[in-house]
Design a protein around this ligand. Structure first.
Ligand code: ZN
Ligand code: ZN
Length: 363
């Protein structure tokens, strides 16, 4: 990532800090920390002040921080975060320090309050910090597109070597192996392969069941820090006609959602457009989760695409559309693609076919 990009990001974080009326901003979610300065360690806090910025971590990350951190002064702590922050804030009596309510635990806030007493007033951020990462830059989009290519290729390879008669866990393993071989650093969640009635569980784990009937495969890769999240439903052998119909509905729901996507649109209206298709067909009770979520350095991040979301779409946002229908005792269908918001509307980033027939995916 280019140094200029980090400068821009720091500027945007400081603008948010000023909007919040704060003199300091405490960044604690590892994905935010990485976004802000490039540090990939799992234990650190970044402190932004109007005219200074620090990355506080510990001995384990000393060398890594020296290599990775861009634009912030690295502090290796030998005592608690609170004590170190208190020292860094010396002389700034009563500065308002904004923190992210979604990533600090209550216990951490209590400890920090005690340590910073008289130095800083910790106040919760009103606007979610994660929104700053929601619109992706050109270089982030390049990385995400490469990650998607890798994930799709892994899926096609796995389906090619692991078909009907094999077990769910064989397919999951084949997928994971193909992804790692293709250059993935890891996976953002455990691969889901759920066939038959188990497909009705949205987050089932792959087991020893043979692949037959409707099978939901939900998988992701992490590549250069960026995640992917996609789902295909495959039909092995004899198939259930109600589920086949449900699959068609899910595809139609996705198409309607795509039409609603443009900068300025409300995320909840995108959810509504898809949900209406499923409700009108009488399957509303069987689609019990949100339509989608942002994907980036975290696999679930802003914007939220759901009925309760208050997020508005902006150019550059990347998120999933994953309508599903789950029929208890019968099985489930879900199709999940990744999309990008552009000035002209939605751009589908996933390029895999969407059909039920495994043959469509063979390489
Ligand atoms: Zn998924
Ligand atoms: Zn998802």
């Amino acid at each position: 990532m280019y140094e200029r990009e980090y400068t821009t990001r720091r500027k945007r974080y400081r603008q948010l800090m000023i909007r919040e009326g704060a003199g300091g901003l405490l960044v604690s979610n590892p994905a935010d920390v990485r976004y802000l300065c490039g540090f990939t360690g799992s234990s650190a806090m970044a402190l932004l002040l109007e005219n200074a910025g620090y990355l506080v971590t510990d001995f384990r990350y000393k060398e890594q921080a020296a290599l990775e951190v861009i634009g912030l002064r690295v502090i290796i702590r030998a005592s608690g975060f609170g004590e170190v922050l208190s020292r860094l804030l010396k002389g700034r009596r009563g500065v308002k320090l904004a923190f992210d309510t979604e990533s600090l635990s209550y216990a951490q806030v209590v400890d920090l309050r005690a340590a910073l007493k008289g130095r800083a007033r910790l106040t919760p951020l009103r606007s979610p910090l994660g929104l700053l990462r929601a619109s992706k830059s050109r270089s982030e989009l390049d990385t995400i597109k490469n990650a998607i290519r890798l994930a799709q290729k892994a899926f096609q390879e796995a389906v090619s070597v692991c078909g009907e008669g094999k077990r769910e866990r064989d397919l999951a393993l084949a997928l994971d192996t193909a992804a790692r071989r293709g250059g993935a650093e890891g996976r953002p969640f455990d691969t889901i392969v759920a066939g038959g009635p188990r497909g009705a569980m949205a987050h089932a784990r792959p087991g020893g069941r043979r692949l037959r009937g409707f099978t939901v495969v939900d998988w992701g890769v992490v590549y250069k820090g960026y995640c992917t999240d996609m789902t295909r439903t495959l039909a092995f052998g004899k198939v259930d006609s109600r589920l086949r119909k449900a699959h068609g509905l899910v595809l139609e729901a996705q198409r309607r959602a795509l039409e609603k996507i443009k900068p300025g649109a409300r995320a909840r209206e995108v959810d509504r457009a898809a949900r209406e298709v499923i409700e009108e067909a009488g399957y509303g009770d069987f689609f019990g989760h949100g339509l989608g979520h942002g994907v980036g350095l975290e696999v679930h991040e802003r914007p939220w695409i759901s009925g309760e979301s208050r997020d508005r779409l902006e150019e550059g946002m990347v998120f999933t559309l994953e309508p599903g229908i789950y029929l208890p005792g019968r099985g489930g269908v879900r199709v999940e693609d990744m999309v990008l918001v552009t000035l002209r509307g939605a751009e589908l980033l996933t390029t895999l076919p969407r059909g039920l027939d495994p043959a469509e995916y063979l390489v």
